[in-house]
Design a protein around this ligand. Structure first.
Ligand code: FES
Length: 163
């Protein structure tokens, strides 16, 4: 990998400075904090972390992919969070998930190629009385089913076309 093309991030540098003389045992907390600030782990970001920890990027990527909390693509302009907690599961969130994936053509954890939508599956988002529930850009939609969720996505797609 050509490290000369790496674009260093000031935000990541600030995180790394909190871990002076860090060893690989601090890799996970560093990755967590970088993701919290950047929203995802970019290739350049992982190279930058690797330089700090003296680890090859392949190693960092290997560790990060082991944990499903890490994302490797920037979130979409519209971020969908779909609850797969127990209450939502019992009320059919699996079918809702399948419809969202089919409508957007992506899997959970991914971002559409045009960067407009991303989908994240989460455990309980604290609105069990509204199950099954999704949120789009922080706005909650209650008692969704495969038909209504398709319409919700279509509405956001329409908004994007008019933007
Ligand atoms: S289980 Fe979905 S909001 Fe609690």
């Amino acid at each position: 990998m050509d490290v000369t093309t790496v674009k260093k991030s000031q935000a990541i540098e600030e995180v790394l400075q909190k871990f002076p003389g860090a060893t690989r045992s601090q890799l996970i907390p560093i990755l967590q904090e970088v993701q919290q600030r950047e929203g995802f782990l970019s290739r350049d970001g992982m190279i930058q972390i690797g330089e700090h920890l003296d680890l090859p990027v392949s190693k960092i990527y290997g560790v990060a992919t082991f944990y499903n909390q890490f994302k490797f693509k920037a979130p979409g302009r519209n971020h969908i969070m779909l609850c797969r907690g127990t209450a939502c599961h019992v009320k059919g969130s699996q079918t809702v998930l399948e419809m969202v994936e089919e409508t957007l053509g992506i899997k959970a954890g991914d971002t559409t190629d045009d960067g407009l939508f991303s989908l994240e599956v989460v455990a309980c988002i604290g609105a069990c009385g509204l199950a099954p529930v999704i949120s789009v850009n922080g706005e909650f939609y209650a008692n969704v089913d495969s038909k209504s969720v398709k319409q919700i996505i279509k509405d956001y797609q329409k908004k994007e076309m008019m933007a």
